[in-house]
Design a protein around this ligand. Structure first.
Ligand SMILES: *[C@@H]1O[C@H](CO)[C@@H](O)[C@H](O)[C@H]1NC(C)=O
Ligand SMILES: *[C@@H]1O[C@H](CO)[C@@H](O)[C@H](O)[C@H]1NC(C)=O
Length: 584
């Protein structure tokens, strides 16, 4: 079976391949929708053309920034495998074909954890692509009228948890609707463009993205070409396109869009849905027309099913929410694998930053912090805010300029760290938000990345028994190397009692409320039990299983040593303040 392609047997010797269609914009239901399905921020190629096209590949990186690759796990193989295309239409949504997210010949949905979206991709064989981003799917909405046997309403919406941040390589396509009175033309006999990784000749799915232009044909012509096949599948919400001469859409192109360009913008008209194949080998027959779902007829449906991404929630509805939790925040190479204690520390927590007064002792880290996005870090009240402050991003061993470490028995080295100074500072209680004077270089390599914050109500309210702590320590032989410990949470009452028994009663009663998380490092084998000398600003984080990302839950305010539990500022109680103070 060809990887990732679902087929249904429709009749003797007929196999069906599905494609996805674009949707048009309906009436804006509220500001959130109006803003996010924006005619003025969609469908444009922004990437600079890089160099010459070699070998006649029909597309270049950045040509189709709304086209994404959908991977499935456990359907045709145990691991994630390329399956279909899809189109970004909104910062939370991708449109694809329903048959790309359901099991073959059924309406049964593939679990969302077995779906993965790859954005900003051009060459799927190259895992190091500069603009690549991956998104987990947290919800798949299959059209309730989807009929797997006839491919009726073969359309589905995929929702991602953190918003996609648009750039030159990741953009939404425009929906087939304009609000300015410009009427999008009838496309019959017009040529649209279909893109996909399945288009290469010889029915091998290609590594680089290909495109094919093909005309839309009227339904009568299509029906006449093969009454048995199209008679069952064509309906008023589907259309045919193609040349019947070998140029067309093949295995693995399902779910991708057919796009038309008007006034310099690309509009999503169709979703690749079904095609007729010549024999039971599953090799597609490009001597036949291809069936598309007419996405322009599903815009109201798309609107109705657009998750109201928390517009009533003060955090999710905050206008600055788009400035945090961007792209690959909270991700690293090993996020999927083993218990935390068994993971390497090197390049594993690329959001950790070392904060110092410049020109003091460059190996000593008095203050830890985390990178929030390209422009901001979060830390605690451990730096003298009157003084000049410098932030080092992507460091591991503060004693060496080039960091290397053994990971799974192999020597790995990271690029040099980035040191920048801090501009504006904001402070609330013990929390400090600082704007960097030069943006962090995120996303190019493994060692500098932002962390995600717990933004949904579920993430904000979740309490963990254990947290992963990372930071540089105050002293000891390992103080210049980033460390990790797993901490156990201590409930508020126990924590308060311990503080009162110790000599810090007044401090404890002053600070202990739900803005503080108490935790203790019980299992640090390199220190005597209960001792902890991680510097202030050390981060406590948890991996959210649904999205496989690290979320920041707290920042250490003080050093507890052995006498009392450590206290951490509960970040979820300060989200509003953070969002109110950051700028783009
Ligand atoms: C795609 O990536 C692979 C692996 O890096 C490479 O061997 C191949 O040449 C690339 N193809 C193109 C067309 O760049
Ligand atoms: C099919 O026809 C179109 C339009 O005439 C042409 O551009 C394309 O190259 C043809 N494909 C093949 C494989 O002959």
């Amino acid at each position: 079976m060809v990887p990732g392609v679902e087929r249904s047997r429709i009749g003797d010797q007929l196999w069906v391949f599905v494609l996805l269609l674009s949707a048009r914009i309906g009436l804006a239901q509220d500001d959130f929708l109006a803003k996010d399905f924006n005619d003025h921020e969609c469908g444009q190629r922004l990437a600079q053309r890089e160099g010459l096209v070699k070998g006649g590949y029909p597309t270049r990186p950045g040509d189709w920034p709304w086209h994404v690759a959908l991977y499935q796990r456990g359907v045709n193989s145990a691991g994630f495998e390329y399956a279909c295309g899809g189109s970004i239409v909104h910062r939370y949504l991708v449109l694809t074909a329903a048959h790309c997210v359901t099991y073959a010949a059924s309406r049964r949905k593939i679990p969302t954890e077995d779906l993965l979206l790859k954005l900003g991709r051009f060459n799927l064989s190259n895992e190091m692509e500069e603009h690549a981003e991956e998104f987990n799917v947290i919800e798949s909405i299959v059209h309730t009228g989807f009929r797997p046997t006839t491919f009726e309403n073969d359309i589905a919406i995929l929702r991602v948890e953190v918003p996609m941040i648009f750039n030159d390589f990741i953009q939404p396509a425009c929906l087939w609707k304009r609000d300015d009175g410009y009427v999008l033309p009838n496309v019959q006999d017009q040529s649209g463009t279909v893109v996909g990784w399945g288009l290469s000749e010889g029915n091998v799915h290609g590594s680089v993205l290909n495109e094919a232009r093909m005309p839309v044909v009227d339904s009568l012509t299509c029906l006449a070409s093969d009454r048995t096949f199209f008679g069952r599948l064509l309906n008023s919400k589907a259309f045919c396109a193609g040349f019947k001469n070998g140029t067309g859409v093949c295995n693995g192109d399902s779910g991708g869009g057919m796009y038309f360009q008007f006034q310099n913008r690309w509009y999503l008209k169709g979703v690749v849905s079904f095609s007729n194949t010549i024999d039971s080998t599953g090799i597609c027959n490009l001597k036949e027309f291809i069936g598309f779902i007419d996405a322009s007829q599903y815009i109201d449906w798309l609107y109705e099913n657009t998750p109201n991404s928390g517009i009533d929630d003060p955090i999710l509805g905050h206008p600055n929410i788009r400035l945090i939790n961007q792209g690959n925040c909270g991700r690293n190479k090993q996020v999927y694998e083993y218990a935390e204690e068994r993971k390497p520390v090197f390049n594993q927590y690329p959001w950790m930053v070392a904060i110092r007064h410049p020109f003091v002792d460059s190996t000593y880290v008095p203050c830890n912090g985390v990178l929030l996005n390209r422009n901001y870090i979060l830390t605690t009240n451990c730096v003298d805010l009157q003084d000049e402050i410098s932030v080092t991003l992507g460091d591991y061993d503060t004693g060496s300029t080039k960091d290397c470490a053994k990971v799974n028995g192999e020597e790995h080295c990271s690029s040099s760290s980035q040191t920048v100074s801090v501009g504006q500072l904001f402070r609330k209680d013990n929390l400090v938000l600082a704007r960097l004077t030069i943006p962090a270089v995120i996303g190019r390599r493994d060692h500098i990345e932002a962390i995600c914050l717990p933004v949904t109500p579920e993430q904000r309210n979740r309490l963990y028994n254990k947290y992963i702590m990372t930071g540089w320590k105050e002293s000891g032989t390992d103080a210049q190397i980033l460390q990790r410990a797993v901490l156990e949470t201590i409930d508020q009452n126990t924590c308060r009692a311990e503080f009162q028994a110790a000599e810090y009663a007044s401090e404890a009663s002053k600070q202990l409320d739900d803005r503080t998380i108490c935790a203790r490092n019980l299992a640090d084998p390199t220190r005597s039990p209960r001792c902890n000398d991680y510097q202030p600003g050390s981060a406590i984080q948890a991996i959210e299983k649904k999205s496989n990302r690290y979320l920041l839950y707290g920042l250490q305010t003080d050093i507890g040593y052995c006498s009392k539990p450590e206290q951490y500022i509960a970040i979820s109680k300060y989200l509003q303040w953070i969002l109110d103070n950051i700028r783009g």
